[in-house]
Write a protein that binds this ligand. Structure first.
Ligand code: NAD
Ligand code: UDP
Length: 334
C-alpha cells in the first residue's frame, strides 16, 4: 500500500494532490463482513479510516491485516452509546445481519438500528458529515411486488420474529430522511440485497455460508421449507463499489436506492450449485421454514444503474468459487 506522508509539505506533487483529496471516514460495523471490505477499499483509495465495532458478529481477524496501515484506526464501541469524532463521512453499517444473530437479542437489534441511527445522525449533524445508512431489502418484508423497486412500501409483519431487524431498519430510514428534511443532514440510504463473499462468519447462519461450510464438511445441506423461495445474491466486491459510488453522489440524491444483483434463483438451486462447485458428497435435507421467511426477493436496480452508473460485474459462477476458496482455507486452518 502507498502510505501518504504525515507532513504535507514534504510530499511529492502526486501525494500532495492525494492529501488534499484524502477524507477521514468512520465505518461503523467495520469489523464485520461488509464493513471490513469497505474499510479496505476506502484505505486503498487513499483515505483515512476509523473502524468502530462492538464485535458482536464482527471479528478483529477481519481487519487485522489493516492495522499496519497508519491511516487505519480500530475502536471498540457500541453504537447505542453516543460517540464523538471529527470525520468527513460516516458509513453506518453496525447491526447484525444474519437472522439467527439479529433474533438472538431482538431488543438489542432494535436499539442498534434505532439508537445507532440517532447517535450517528446526531454526530453527522454536529460535525456536518455526510452519512450513509446500510439499509436492507428486508424493509420490503415478504414482498407482494416482484421485483422490488424503491417506491414499493413493503409487506412487513411488525410483530413477527424478523420485525426487530425489518422495523428497526425501517425506523432508521425514517430517522435518516427526517434528519435530512429537518436539519439538512446530507444522507444516503442504500437498500442492500443478499450479499455474500469471503469473511462471512462460518457460523453466521446465512444461507451461502451455511451451505458452503456444510458442503465442504460433507454434512447435510439444510434447505428450509421446500427450497423454492428465491433470493438474488450479490458478490461483496460489487456491493462495496456501489456503496462508495453512492456516497460520492450529488448531495441532492439521498436514495433510497436498491443495491444488489438481480440474478435470482431458488434456494434449492443454490444448494445444488454449491454441491457441484465443491464436489461435495453432501445430501440435501429439508427442514421447517422459519416464520415470515420471504418467498421471493429480487432487486430492480434501474435507479442504481441510472444514478451510480453501476451494475454488478461478478456473477455467482465467479463469486461462489472465490467464497468457497475462502471457506476451504479457514476450515483447513481450524
Ligand atoms: P455483519 O454481522 O458481518 O456485520 C455487522 C457488524 O456490526 C459486525 O462487525 C458487528 O460486530 C457490528 N455491530 C453489531 N451491533 C453493533 C453495535 N451495537 N455497535 C457497534 N457495532 C455493532 O453483517 P454484514 O453482512 O457485514 O452487514 C453489515 C450491514 O449491512 C448491516 O447493517 C446489515 O443490516 C446491512 N446489510 C447486509 C446485507 C448482507 O447481505 N450482507 C444485506 C442487507 C443489509
Ligand atoms: N436458508 C436455508 N438453509 C439455511 C439457511 C437459510 O434454506 O441453512 C434459507 C432461508 O430460509 C431463506 C434463504 O435461505 O429462505 C436466505 O436466508 P438468509 O438467512 O441467508 O437471508 P434472508 O432470509 O435474510 O434473505
Amino acid at each position: 500500500m502507498d502510505f501518504l506522508p504525515h507532513v504535507a509539505g514534504q510530499a511529492s506533487d502526486l501525494n500532495e494532490k492525494k492529501y488534499e483529496q484524502m477524507k477521514k471516514i468512520l465505518v461503523t460495523g467495520g469489523a464485520g463482513f461488509l464493513g471490513s471490505h469497505l474499510c479496505e477499499a476506502l484505505l486503498n483509495q487513499g483515505h483515512e479510516v476509523v473502524c468502530l465495532d462492538n464485535y458482536f458478529t464482527g471479528q478483529k481477524k477481519n481487519v487485522v491485516h489493516l492495522l499496519a496501515n497508519p491511516y487505519f484506526e480500530l475502536v471498540r464501541h457500541d453504537v447505542t452509546m453516543p460517540f464523538f469524532i471529527e470525520v468527513d463521512e460516516i458509513y453506518n453499517l453496525a447491526c447484525p445481519a444474519s437472522p439467527i444473530h439479529y433474533q438472538f437479542n431482538p431488543i438489542k437489534t432494535v436499539k442498534t438500528s434505532v439508537m445507532g441511527a440517532v447517535n450517528m445522525l446526531g454526530l453527522a449533524k454536529r460535525i456536518r458529515a455526510k452519512i450513509l445508512q446500510a439499509s436492507t431489502s428486508e424493509v420490503y418484508g415478504d414482498p407482494q411486488v416482484h421485483p422490488q423497486k424503491e417506491d414499493y412500501w413493503g409487506h412487513v409483519n411488525p410483530i413477527g420474529i424478523r420485525a426487530c431487524y425489518d422495523e428497526g431498519k425501517r425506523c432508521a430510514e425514517t430517522l435518516f430522511v427526517n434528519y435530512h428534511r429537518q436539519n439538512q443532514v446530507r444522507i444516503k440510504i442504500a437498500r442492500i440485497f443478499n450479499t455474500y463473499g469471503p469473511r462471512m462468519h462460518p457460523s453466521d447462519g446465512r444461507v451461502v455460508s451455511n451451505f458452503i461450510v456444510q458442503a465442504l464438511q460433507n454434512r447435510d445441506i439444510t434447505v428450509y421449507g421446500d427450497g423454492l423461495q428465491t433470493r438474488s445474491f450479490c458478490y461483496v466486491a460489487d456491493l462495496v463499489k456501489a456503496l462508495i459510488l453512492l456516497m460520492e453522489t450529488d448531495d441532492l440524491f439521498t436514495g433510497p436506492v436498491n443495491l444488489g444483483n438481480p440474478s435470482e434463483f431458488t434456494i434449492l438451486d443454490l444448494a445444488k450449485m454449491i454441491i457441484q462447485l465443491t464436489g461435495s458428497a453432501s445430501r440435501i435435507v429439508f427442514q421447517p421454514l422459519p416464520s415470515d421467511d420471504p418467498l421471493q426477493r429480487k432487486p430492480d436496480i434501474s435507479l442504481a444503474r441510472e444514478i451510480l452508473g453501476w451494475e454488478p460485474q461478478i456473477p455467482p459462477e465467479q463469486g461462489l468459487p472465490e467464497t468457497i476458496h475462502y471457506f476451504r482455507s479457514i476450515i483447513m486452518e481450524a
